[in-house]
Design a protein. Structure first.
Length: 225
């Protein structure tokens, strides 16, 4: 879609696919490619720190929302006391899951815990919910054993869940998680304002791409522009 939009402006976009998260940044740093689009800002920052690279974000394009999925129960509004909710057991994903539960009013998370929140930061649990910590990739397989599960968008989609139809609630675009973990267009520092880069970012954040994302990914990928 972006390739077609840019072609109309006389810009030839060549898309190169990589199968890891290291090479795209290295070839962007070396100038072998002009930009990459696969990562969020926290990963970019840590990559720069660890590798001495000078890569920067041009801007955010999309995020992949966490969702609360039904297991043995499907009614969040009338959740049973003592209901079990499975969440990912790694730090970042668990925090996102807990913040999503908090956004639905099911629990209260300590102010300031943000995206480092753990079960120890739950300050109010009026329904005495039982939080089960499970490896993120395993959550779709265990959903039938719990009342609800909070699942990463990519694992939900891979397991055949429809984020748009099956999720009872998803992360809002204005949430801290969506804003922090949005995928960004990345270039080598100093190239942010190159006309071709700006044209690419404009194409990625235009109405045609927004409509394509919304019609193709069924809520698993959400524009953040």
């Amino acid at each position: 879609m972006a390739k077609e939009i840019l072609a109309e402006q006389g810009i030839d976009l060549e898309v190169v696919e990589f199968s890891d998260y290291v090479q795209p940044n290295l070839v962007t740093e070396s100038g072998e490619v002009d930009a990459n689009y696969f990562q969020h800002t926290p990963y970019l920052d840590s990559f720069n720190e660890e590798n001495g690279t000078h890569l920067v974000s041009v801007g955010a394009v999309h995020y992949e929302p966490f969702g609360i999925y039904p297991g043995k129960s499907d009614d969040l509004a009338n959740i049973a006391d003592g209901a079990t909710i499975a969440v990912p057991n790694d730090t970042t994903n668990e925090a996102r899951a807990l913040q999503l539960l908090a956004a639905q009013g099911l629990i209260t998370v300590r102010d300031g815990a943000g995206l480092t929140a753990t079960v120890n930061d739950i300050t109010d649990n009026p329904h005495n919910l039982q939080i089960k910590e499970i490896e993120a990739a395993q959550l779709p397989r265990t959903v039938q054993d719990v009342d609800f599960a909070v699942i990463n968008g990519n694992y939900a989609m891979e397991a055949g869940f429809s984020v748009g139809k099956d999720a009872l609630a998803t992360e809002d675009a204005s949430s801290e998680a969506a804003q922090t973990y949005a995928n960004v267009l990345v270039v080598k520092e100093g190239r942010e304002n190159d006309p071709a880069i700006q044209a690419l970012y404009a194409a990625l954040t235009g109405d045609k791409v927004k409509d394509y994302i919304n019609s193709t990914y069924d809520g698993a990928v959400v524009p953040i522009f």
